[in-house]
Design a protein around this ligand. Structure first.
Ligand code: ATP
Length: 304
């Protein structure tokens, strides 16, 4: 692996007696999309606020491109953009004018403003005053602003929050395009695990201020089968029979299927138990681990 673009070591933050971060380590490599996930109160926003320079850590270091963000912030933070909470804009100026002012301050090219406004679906509203924008429109403008001037690393706290499904789709496509075509690296927190699974190369799962799992999603989930989904003519009766004969496979009903844990070694016993109950399987399909299931296992069922 090449050197990390972002390297966090032993990051700790205490708010009085609350240990929001208890020494987290993580690395984000250039050109990747990193998903930072965890239940409510896990410490995600705290870590992102430290990255944004809004609060100071109690201990630990953050380095960007090998430069310490605390001691050499001015140099280290060139090319770093963070979007935490709802961004502030000039309410009397239009979306386009706000981005124009920002691009001037950031010494960025003006010619990408139209492309970014279009990419977040703000074409029609671009010349209206931002004071009249909805929360979701401001959020989209904030994302467009974070991308002006081809930053190296874009840190987004819950970027999909408050966006409608069409905007979520646009933002997902924009993140992937910026990474592919302009080499932008992303670090984003989210509770939308399906989006994280389709968007991110790597994830870090934080729980009670500690990293409980980190790595490439395929490596964490594995390609292997984690169980089977079975349908019979009478799922309730079949479930009772399976609970008797295969308790270790934890039979349970999920939607209109019976789910059992295990790899293909469980299949003969499963087939026998169903036949003995007079309820042969109408269908059997392999179940693969999803990020959601993995997340729940790692965070002891505490949903975000
Ligand atoms: P969510 O998913 O709900 O946004 P999060 O993972 O972003 O949660 P944080 O906001 O980082 O979690 O909070 C981590 C812990 O630190 C929580 O226990 C929270 O109550 C506490 N905390 C955060 N900010 C402060 C503060 N300013 N003062 C005191 N405690 C705080």
């Amino acid at each position: 692996m090449p050197d990390a673009l972002l390297e966090i070591r032993g990051l700790t933050k205490h708010y009085g007696t609350v240990k929001a971060l208890a020494g987290i380590d993580l690395q984000v490599h250039a050109g990747t999309v990193y998903g930072f996930i965890g239940p409510n109160g896990a410490g995600k926003t705290t870590a992102i606020r430290i990255l944004a320079g809004l609060i100071r850590p109690t201990a630990g270091t953050v380095a960007l491109g090998g430069l310490d963000l605390r001691t050499r912030r001015t140099e280290a933070a060139v090319g770093l953009r963070t979007l935490v909470e709802v961004p502030a804009f000039y309410p009397g100026l239009s979306g386009r004018q706000n981005l124009t002012v920002f691009a001037r301050l950031a010494r960025a090219e003006q010619d990408e403003i139209a492309r970014l406004l279009d990419a977040v679906g703000l074409n029609e509203a671009a010349d209206r005053a931002v004071g009249g924008y909805s929360l979701g429109m401001r959020q989209r403008l904030g994302i467009a602003q974070a991308l002006v001037g081809r930053p190296n690393l874009v840190v987004l706290d819950e970027p999909m929050n408050g966006l409608d499904p069409a905007a979520i789709h646009l933002v997902r496509e924009l993140i992937l395009t910026e990474r592919r075509e302009r080499g932008v690296t992303f670090f984003l927190s989210s509770h939308l695990l399906h989006d994280v699974e389709t968007l991110c190369d790597e994830v870090g799962i934080i729980h009670r201020g500690q990293m409980v799992a980190e790595g490439r999603i395929e490596a964490l989930l594995g390609g292997s089968v984690s169980g089977y989904g079975v349908k019979t003519a009478d799922n309730e009766a079949a479930l009772r029979a399976l609970k008797e004969s295969l308790p270790a496979a934890k039979p349970r009903i999920v939607d209109s299927e019976i789910h059992v844990d295990g790899d293909d070694a469980v299949l003969p016993a499963l087939g026998r138990a169903l036949l003995q109950a007079g309820l042969p399987a109408n269908s059997v399909r392999p179940l693969r681990e999803t990020l959601e299931r993995y997340f729940i296992e790692k965070t002891e069922g505490v949903m975000g």
